[in-house]
Structures are given as C-alpha cells and as structure tokens.
Design a protein. Structure first.
Ligand code: FAI
Length: 484
C-alpha cells in the first residue's frame, strides 16, 4: 500500500507475459510512467530490460525458477491469487497473511499455436510445445475477475488502454468487461484450434504420433472471428455479420483490405467472393464482372485493361453496376477504363498509386485488395439442415495434360486457339450455377446461360446472348466441351 494525499491506495501492479513482443516495450514504459509496477516472464522481461523499462521477474514473486523448459512459469498461487482476489475484506486479509500482492492489469498473448500448425509438416512434438498453458490460465483468471482486473490479449488495444489511463486515471468497468469478453473468446478459439489439430493426429506403430493431414477428422470445430456486423443480410429483414477463419493469416475476401467506398453489404461480399474465385483461376491477366454471384463476362488478355474491357463488353447490359475481379495489380489504364461506367466494387491483388487515385474519384466505389495465393487449397463447406457437407474444392487439376488426354469425339480436332478457348470456358463453367453453359471465343465469354433446370434451356439462353458471334466459338458445360 502507498499513501497518496492522505488516502491509502493499492499499489498498481501489471503482469506482462507476451509471445508477440511488438509494441510491448512502449506500452510497458507508458505503464511505468503511470505508476504501475511490472512483473514479467523471462523473454518478456528481457525485452523490457533492454528497452530500459524497470521490471520484476516472475520468479521473484513465485519464489520458484521457471522450469521444465518454460512449461511452468506463472502457474503459482503468488500469481493466480494476486489476479483472482476480489475486493472483499476476507480476500484481502488472506493475501496479507500470505504476503501476496494484488495484480490489477494482465497483459498476455499466447504461444502462436495456430501459426505453427499452419506450417506444413511440423512434428507433433513441436506443435504440442506451442500449446500455451500458463497464458490461458492467467487470461481466464483475469477475465473472470474483470470487476477488479483488466485483461489485455490483443496488442491493438495498447494505445487505447494508455489513453484511458491518462485521461481517467483508471480502466473503466465497461472497458474491463469488453476486454474480458475478448479474452474468453480468444481462449475459446485457441482451444478450438488445438482440438481441431489434435483430431487429425493419430497413434502409429507403438505410440508414434503422426500429424499426417486428416482431411475430414472425426470431430471438427470452426473457429471464427467477427470482422463486422453488416447492415442487413441477403434481404433487408435479415440481420447479418461477417466472420473470418481464425487460422493463420487472413486470406481471400475475408482477409481483404478496403481502401475506399461505401461499407460492404452481404451481397457485395458474396459477389466479391465470386469475382475473386474466378479471377484467381487464371495464370494470365484476367478480369471478371459479377452480377448476383454469377459472371456476366470473363476474359483473358495480354494486358489487364483489355481483359477488363472485354469482360465488361461480354454483356455490357448486365455488367452495369457489377463487381469486378482482376488477377493483376491494377494499373492506371485499367483504372481509367473502370471509371467509365458505374461499378459497385473492385477486388484485385494490388493497385498502383495512380490507379488508386483515379478510382477514388468514384465516391461510392468499393476498392479492395487481397492475397490471391492458395485460394484453391481449402476444403469446401456447405450448410444443410442440422449439419454440414465438406468436400474437396472443385479443382480441375493440372490442365496442361488435358489436350493430350482428352477424347475428341468430333470429326475435326480443335485448333490451338480453340483448345485455349475450350479450357478457358471450362474453367468459367465451374463458377456458373448449373445447368451452366459457357460459350467463348478468343478468350472472352460471349454467352453464359445458367440456373436452368434443363441444360437445353441454359444453352438457348447462352446462344441467344452470343447471337451472331456464336459462329466459330466453343462451348463448355459441366465436364463437356464442344466446338461449333
Ligand atoms: N507455463 C507458464 O506458466 C506460462 N506462463 C506464461 N506463459 C506464456 O509465456 C509467453 C511469454 O514467455 P516469455 O516472456 O518467456 O517470452 C506468453 O505467451 C505466455 O502466455 C507460459 N507458458 C506456457 O504455458
């Protein structure tokens, strides 16, 4: 206890034990300026000491060294009673008798288990060592005692905590509650990831553990993190929210960065996902325009601007107000072309500075970028009543051998250009709801028919859209390719 202006005040003590050390020295230094005494585990204490921040080692509090290669560091009543003690006279009396001091701020982030197991081929023993035990115990203790203790699991909150302490002299109850909710979410997801990983581990040959990838484990948890609430769902009367997978690096549409434009709607996200999935299929510059989760046009070209123009022109009536996916960094020329009409959103791997400036001239246009790699590798999950269906992604495999292995049933064999168009249209068909028909010519779709209960009806729609251009084109449907 210390005396401040005649009033007895409890010493402010913070326990800091973090794996992700980014920003911790600055945060800890600001805490000491605000009067906190710091306690830290080995690695964290070293970083703080190197930065000139005064810190007490956890061993001094527990009277025990950190042992078993770090498996036991903070698992001690000297720490846990200090966190869990309530503001009750009997708790205070017990602590005083035992010489334990209270801790009012716990800053912990955990061993990077998810990141470790996302690397392929890591031994189970290595993964197991990345299961944090002491960290979650402290997070849960501090979160349980949020009426007195603040718990910080997310480094993004460091600035906010310092600001609140500077302005209000304390961390408010409502902030402590929010932080506790976040901490329990975090430990729940952390455990879900461990459980999911261990479901894929088996005992082989006299207890040798193997982490051979099990595609469909006996039990599966899907840890998700909320990105944001959405204004509404598919229809205005449906409430909705957007979540991302809590494993490794965010990717795909859920990992996209928005540079500009209006808030994303539920339907925008579905359309962006469709745009991204198609654009990511092609090795050469390609563009796609999506309306209602269906491509109105797709094109490949040597230059991105040509791919975009041809994807748009494939069905310019439908493309108005569309969502565009591109598989190359957007350059100035392509950006100019895209400002010539009304588009809802664009997704691409990146944008040049000039392109961004040009696109930003469209006030409401949503501009997004994301990582395109590895989109095809994930298991496909579909909800049904009372359960889920999981399957391999619909991969067409290595198309390079297609020409050699395909059985040509027409009298005439396709020319090189026709083969190119056949493969192109086949890839697009994969993304068109069945019965889907894609007619293509010179690396551009010219007629897409989809969502029909009969293939004939879909073909009629596609042919009507293609009109006179149909001559000399190719057609794909499901796993069938034809020449016309
Ligand atoms: N075993 C323990 O008592 C224990 N206490 C804290 N940790 C973790 O150790 C990490 C920090 O360790 P260091 O400060 O030594 O780098 C944190 O991620 C924290 O969650 C522990 N490690 C694993 O369980």
């Amino acid at each position: 206890m210390t005396e401040t202006s005649g009033k007895r005040q409890e010493k402010k003590r913070a326990l800091i034990s973090v794996s992700d050390k980014l920003g911790i020295a600055e945060f800890a230094s600001a805490l000491t300026e605000l009067g906190y005494q710091l306690i830290s585990t080995g690695g964290t204490a070293r970083v703080l000491e190197e930065a000139g921040v005064e810190v007490e080692r956890v061993e001094k509090v527990t009277g025990f060294p950190e042992i078993l290669g770090g498996r036991v560091k903070t698992l001690h009543p000297g720490i846990h009673a200090g966190i869990l003690a309530r503001d009750l006279p009997e708790d205070k009396a017990q602590l005083e008798k035992l010489g334990i001091e209270t801790i009012s701020l716990v800053v912990v982030n955990l061993y990077p288990f998810q990141k470790t197991v996302s690397r392929s081929g890591i031994p189970v023993s290595e993964a197991v060592e990345q299961i944090d035990i002491g960290g979650p115990a402290m997070l849960r203790a501090a979160a349980k005692n949020f009426s007195r203790v603040a718990v910080v699991v997310n480094p993004n909150h460091y600035d906010q905590i310092i600001q609140e302490l500077r302005e209000q002299g304390e961390i408010s109850l409502s902030t402590r509650l929010n932080l506790a909710q976040e901490a329990f979410r975090h430990t729940a997801q952390y455990d879900a990831a461990i459980s999911s990983y261990l479901s894929g581990v088996s005992v082989q040959e006299d207890a040798v553990l193997s982490s051979a990838e099990v595609k469909f484990p006996a039990q599966m948890l899907l840890p998700l993190v909320k990105i944001s609430d959405l204004r509404y769902g598919e229809n205005p009367h449906q409430d909705a929210a957007f979540y991302r997978e809590d494993s490794g690096q965010p990717y795909g549409v859920a990992g996209a960065r928005q540079y500009h434009g209006k808030e994303l709607s539920f339907n925008n996200i579905l359309d962006l996902n469709a745009a991204l999935s198609i654009a990511a299929e092609f090795e050469v510059p390609a563009a796609v325009v999506i309306k209602h989760s269906t491509p109105s046009g797709v094109s490949m070209a040597d230059r991105l601007v040509d791919a975009y123009r041809r994807a748009y022109e494939a069905d310019s009536l439908a493309a108005y107000g569309g969502i565009v996916g591109l598989n190359r960094t957007v350059d100035e020329e392509t950006a100019i072309a895209m400002t010539e009409t009304f588009l809802e959103a664009i997704i691409a791997p990146a944008y040049s500075e000039e392109a961004l400036t040009i696109l930003r001239s469209k006030k409401n246009l949503r501009i997004l970028s994301t990582e395109f790699a590895d989109l095809r590798a994930k298991v496909d999950v579909k909800r049904v009543s009372g359960g889920f269906l999981l399957q391999d992604p619909d991969s067409l495999g290595d198309l390079s051998g297609l020409k050699q292995n395909a059985k040509v049933v027409t009298k005439r064999s396709p020319s090189e250009d026709e083969w190119d168009d056949l493969i192109f249209s086949w890839i697009v068909t994969k993304h068109v709801s069945s019965n889907g028909i894609v007619i293509a010519k010179e690396r551009q779709t010219i007629g897409i028919g989809c969502g029909q209960v009969s293939r004939v009806a879909a073909a009629r729609i596609a042919l009507a859209k293609a009109g006179k251009k149909a001559e000399g084109s190719v057609m794909a449907s499901g796993r069938v390719l034809t020449l016309s």
